[in-house]
Design a binder for this molecule. Sequence first.
Ligand SMILES: O=C(O)C(=O)C[C@]1(C(=O)O)C=C[C@@H](O)C=C1
Length: 132
Amino acid sequence: MKKISLSIVCLFFIQFSFIGNSYCLNHEKNKNVDECQDLKCVRTNIDEINKKIVLLLSERMQYVIQAGNIKLKNNIATAEDKLRASQVINQAEKFGIENSLPPGFTKKVFEEIVKGSMLYEQKDMDKRKVKD
Ligand SMILES: O=C(O)C(=O)C[C@]1(C(=O)O)C=C[C@@H](O)C=C1
C-alpha cells in the first residue's frame, strides 16, 4: 500500500516538477548495501556501479592509447610489454585480495583488461604508422 501511494505521488511529481522527478527516479541509487533490501534496489545500484566501471575503463584506455603514442615516438612499434603487463595484473590481484575480493577474481578481470587494452593500443599504433 505504502509503495502504491509513493508511486502515485511520484507520478504526480514527475508530471509537475524537476526536483520530484529526480527524487522519484533516483531515490534507490547510492543506498548503502544494508539499506538495499530488495532485488530492484540491489540491481539499480549494480547498474550504477557498472557505469562507473565503464567510465574508468574508458579513462584508462585514453592513457593506454597515449602509451602507444609515446612508444611510436621512441621508435617502438610493439604495444605489448610483458613485464609491465604482469606487474599490472599482480598488483591489481594483491589490491583485490586486500579489499576482500576472492583470490583469482581480480587477476582474471585484469588479464582481460590488459590483453584487450594491448590489442586496441596495437591497432591504434598500426593505424598511425600507416598514416605518418
Ligand atoms: O604500460 C604500457 O606500456 C601499456 O601499454 C599499458 C598496458 C596496460 O594495459 O596496462 C597495455 C599493454 C602492455 O602490454 C602493458 C600495459
